[in-house]
Design a protein around this ligand. Structure first.
Ligand SMILES: [Zn+2]
Length: 171
């Protein structure tokens, strides 16, 4: 899985946990024991409730990024999230207060929000429509189309090449 140390890396790992492997849709979080261990390893509680919230947020985030659902559908993922003020050193500081079992799900939703607000158009689905992965394009040109050049990029190029040959032969 992707580097999960940053919030953005964590978001991408969640979004990309339903790859298509050899033409078959897979779910890397389907095995509850393994999924819970992974959540614990990225700073979560590793509980079943936490996993449930992460899976719910994943489905909503994937649909929002694919444009299948309006982003407002993410609202339930933010239930119970508040900001708490504290007075220290003559200043007010605000801390996010999130029910513990929703921490990771909220982290993914906030990372998505930061990304679409600060870098609009950078997070998108892979242009290979048989691929279910997503990419975050940090390049200056912002023209990346594939989750990975090595996998989808070359595959799609090869396909276009064969189609060209076939079309030429058909003429
Ligand atoms: Zn792809």
């Amino acid at each position: 899985m992707a580097d999960t140390a940053s919030d953005e890396g964590f978001l991408l790992a969640i979004l990309n946990s339903t790859p298509v492997i050899d033409g078959v849709p897979a779910d890397e979080l389907a095995d509850t024991a393994r999924a819970r261990a992974w959540l614990a390893s990225v700073g979560g509680l590793g509980t079943e409730a936490e996993l449930r919230h992460v899976l719910e947020a994943r489905q909503l985030l994937q649909a929002a990024v694919r444009g299948e659902q309006p982003p407002d559908a993410l609202a339930p993922a933010l239930r119970g999230v508040t900001r708490v003020p504290a007075m220290t050193g003559g200043q007010i500081t605000w801390t996010l207060s999130v029910p513990a079992e929703r921490g990771l799900a909220v982290r993914a939703v906030l990372a998505w929000d930061a990304l679409v607000t600060q870098s609009p158009g950078r997070l998108r689905p892979c242009a290979n429509n048989e691929c279910r992965l997503f990419l975050i394009d940090h390049s200056k040109a912002n023209a990346a189309r594939w989750c990975s050049m090595a996998v989808c990029g070359n595959r799609m190029k090869a396909r276009r090449h064969y189609q060209r040959i076939r079309n030429t032969q058909a003429e």
